[in-house]
Design a protein around this ligand. Structure first.
Ligand SMILES: Cc1ncc(COP(=O)(O)O)c(C=O)c1O
Length: 381
């Protein structure tokens, strides 16, 4: 570990320290009591999270990566199918589609908020298309309500990747409300982070929920007769539930999510205002969208230099989701749609993510704004 950043991406460790008594009290029964307590805690987290996002069902799983795969499987996506998604995301998004045997088809994104452009989706739909997989990039809600209209017209499912958007809302409802299944990641550095891996899948659909329970629980018949003395397997499932320690930590943190989201928004608003007179372009949102800011993704024409100089100034800037996914060796054979992504390609050359973590002080946010503005004055391009 080098010198800590003056403005870091995360201060979760400090928050955990402040919540130490509560966290320890939640972890102790799992570590020192009956291990089955952890199943109960996981169920409590699922119920609390479902309430928080207004969903009927929530299923806690080991990671967002496996969560997206299971969500697609539970929607019946398989060999020969096509799923329309975006190229400015994590490999997990397209990887989950391919691992189901389906093919990712790439759609370009909006210049304003960097999410899937609904106006371009219909042209990509073929007889093989089964689902849309939009991503709430950087915590910006994709326009899933608009995508819903297209999906319903063509009888497609929507699996929403809200890995970065826990706490965000759109059209007056929590993100995920217009999708068939939504995945929220709990990896560290996410708006609601665990101390390891984790994710939640939420749905209002009885059939999708039943399929998720089957797939996440080894594939044994949940309604099976236990008095038989053995469990009857009705599917080949996986062993991927969220572990009890992470569930206990998240259950303690979940009630703070709204306050943390408000703080993230306040930091983003300060950055927007402070950078208004600079050459940086800041994200713009539909009036109904209420993002949570996993980071603040500005656009500049001196991406590499600004990124480097910000870090030298103690600000933990990163460049997220660039290059676009189709650049990677694993996709060297090509992905459909990859040759027509002018906005995605442009954003990948421009985005610099400024750190947003709820614990940042007003002085630190000022320092970040002033430093960014000053560096931009000195940089070419
Ligand atoms: C947009 C997006 N989708 C999916 C994932 C995968 O989530 P996880 O890290 O929980 O597997 C990530 C992780 O960073 C992500 O950024």
């Amino acid at each position: 570990m080098g010198v800590p950043f003056r403005v870091p991406r995360s201060r979760a460790n400090e928050t955990h320290f402040r919540m130490r008594a509560e966290i320890s009290a939640a972890l102790e029964p799992i570590l020192f009591g009956d291990y089955r307590h952890s199943y109960e805690i996981r169920a409590q987290l699922e119920a609390a999270f479902a309430r928080e996002v207004g969903a009927r069902y929530a299923v806690a799983v080991h990671s967002g990566t496996i969560g997206l795969f299971l969500a697609l499987r539970a929607c019946g996506i398989g060999a020969g199918d096509e799923v329309i998604s975006v190229a400015n995301s994590d490999i997990s998004t397209t990887g989950a589609i391919s691992q189901c045997g389906a093919r990712p088809v790439l759609c370009d994104v909006l210049e304003d908020d960097y999410t899937m452009n609904p106006a371009l989706v219909e042209a990509l739909i073929t007889a093989k298309t089964r689902a849309l997989l939009p991503v709430d990039l950087h915590g910006h809600p994709a326009n899933v309500k608009a995508l819903r209209t297209i999906a319903d017209k063509h009888q497609l499912k929507i699996i929403e990747d809200a890995a970065l958007a826990t706490g965000a809302r759109d059209h007056g409802a929590p993100v995920g409300s217009f999708a068939d299944v939504t995945m929220f990641s709990f990896a560290p550095f996410k708006p609601l982070g665990s101390a390891g891996n984790g994710a939640m899948l939420v749905t209002n659909d009885d059939g999708i929920h039943a399929e998720l329970r089957l797939l996440t629980g080894y594939g044994y018949d949940p309604a099976g007769d236990i008095t038989l003395g053995y469990q009857n397997y009705v599917a080949e499932g996986y062993n991927v539930p969220l572990d009890g320690l992470q569930a206990a930590l998240l259950l303690v943190k979940l009630p703070k999510l709204r306050a943390w989201t408000a703080q993230r928004r306040a930091i983003a608003a300060a950055l927007e205002e402070g950078l208004a007179d600079t050459r940086a372009l800041t994200p713009r949102f539909r009036p109904e969208a209420e993002p949570t800011f996993r980071s603040y993704a500005i656009r500049v024409n001196c991406q590499a230099a600004l990124h480097r100089e910000l870090r030298e100034a103690g600000i933990e800037a990163v460049i997220h989701y660039a290059p676009p996914i189709y650049h990677y060796t694993v996709y060297a054979a090509g992905l459909p749609g990859a040759d027509n992504l002018p906005v995605t390609d442009m954003l990948a050359r421009q985005i610099v993510n400024l750190p947003v973590t709820p614990e940042l002080t007003a002085d630190e946010v000022n320092y970040m704004t002033e430093t960014t503005a000053k560096l931009l004055q000195g940089l070419q391009g």
